[in-house]
Design a protein around this ligand. Structure first.
Ligand SMILES: NC(=O)c1ccc[n+]([C@@H]2O[C@H](COP(=O)([O-])OP(=O)(O)OC[C@H]3O[C@@H](n4cnc5c(N)ncnc54)[C@H](OP(=O)(O)O)[C@@H]3O)[C@@H](O)[C@H]2O)c1
Length: 324
């Protein structure tokens, strides 16, 4: 088969469409014939050599895909999946390829009403948003959630999911175009982080109960100040650095908590639990059109270098797809 490989860690030109061996199926895995994958920020870090795949994962980039089941591996014969099923999947790697081996618990059916290719935009955002807003962040109807980077792949999904849950949604983004897109998706409070202090704005709005954070160290204290009593922060990325001073006094006085999670490195059984929660609670919202995939653009897989350039320039709103 062909896959996008990283010849030497570096810039987008390091991504090359190369002939490689087909994946071998281990116990509990299913072979998927890939229709599309999607670009994630983590793929950029992997390409640069800053985010190596976890032990045992495919060396090729790609944290999600859609496609059709091509073969059932050992121990998956009674899983309920059949050759030819249209699926999408959460991956630890290997989506930028013609075929990928997937632990069976990480497969999801393509939601009704969604195209096979656009389904590749869903697994990573759905699993990240569900696990962080609900399983970790305990978001409830009527609460206010602040989502940083509202125009991102994660942000565009999180806005719609939180609104569907009955939460009030605030976002930050760096351009008026992205803020307008966030409003169109349901965000009620929009803050341009380049011209407005989100902490002040959230205080004027009564404070946030939950912050979904991607900036890490740079926003830690600002996030704590934006929270109301009992508030929570879930950190999912460290785009503004990995460390900062933590004011425990502020946490103690307002009974705050800070969590940080990564999806990719979690054990297969934990991922299966998250995927099962997504299937039960998030998929119906997509099928009822309460959440729609937000796809900025779609490129052929061999043009992965251009897709990475677009992501690094932050030109996109929503997801960037790579198709076969
Ligand atoms: N922990 C996990 O399990 C997990 C899983 C999936 C994704 N993630 C992380 O979540 C983040 C979003 O992922 P993605 O794939 O959706 O990436 P993405 O689409 O490239 O989003 C990154 C976003 O960051 C925004 N941004 C940059 N500086 C900002 C600032 N100072 N304040 C607020 N927003 C800012 C950019 O928007 P502007 O153009 O508006 O600046 C852009 O929309 C990435 O860092 C990714 O690594 C983590």
């Amino acid at each position: 088969m062909y896959a996008i490989t990283v010849t030497e860690p570096g810039g987008p030109e390091a991504l090359t469409w190369s002939e490689v061996p087909d994946p071998a199926l281990s116990e509990g895995e299913v072979l998927v014939d890939v229709a599309a994958t999607a670009v994630n920020r983590a793929d950029v870090a992997q390409r640069e050599g800053r985010y190596p795949p976890p032990a045992g994962a495919s060396q090729y980039p790609g944290l999600e895909c859609s496609g059709t089941v091509a073969a059932l591996g050992p121990g998956t014969e009674d899983s309920g999946w059949s050759v030819g099923d249209r699926v999408c999947a959460l991956l630890a790697g290997g989506g930028y390829a013609e075929k990928v081996a997937v632990p069976v618990g990480q497969l999801l059916p393509v939601p009704s009403g969604i195209g096979l290719e656009e389904a590749a935009s869903l697994p990573e955002v759905a699993c990240t948003v569900w696990s962080n807003l609900v399983m970790v962040g305990h978001l409830r109807a009527g609460e206010t959630v602040l989502i940083h980077g509202g125009g991102s792949g994660i942000g565009t999904f999180a806005i719609q999911f939180a609104r569907a849950m009955g939460a009030r949604v605030a976002v930050t983004a760096g351009s008026e175009e992205k803020l307008a897109a966030c409003r169109e998706l349901g965000a009620q409070i929009t803050v341009n982080y380049r011209s407005e202090d989100f902490t002040e704005r959230m205080r004027e709005e009564g404070g946030a109960d939950l912050v979904l954070d991607i900036m890490g160290g740079a926003y830690l204290d600002k996030n704590l100040r934006a929270l109301r009593t009992g508030g929570r922060v879930t950190v999912i990325a460290l785009m503004g650095g990995r460390s900062a001073e933590l004011d425990l006094g502020r946490m103690l006085a307002k009974r705050l908590s800070v969590h940080a999670t990564a999806l990719r490195s979690r054990p297969v059984d934990e991922k299966a639990t998250i995927v099962a929660g997504v299937l039960e609670h998030v998929w119906p919202l997509i099928e009822d059109r309460k959440i729609r995939p937000v796809v900025d653009r779609s490129l052929p897989m061999h043009e992965a270098p251009d897709a990475h350039r677009a992501m690094e320039a932050s030109e996109h709103t929503g997801k960037i797809l790579l198709t076969r």
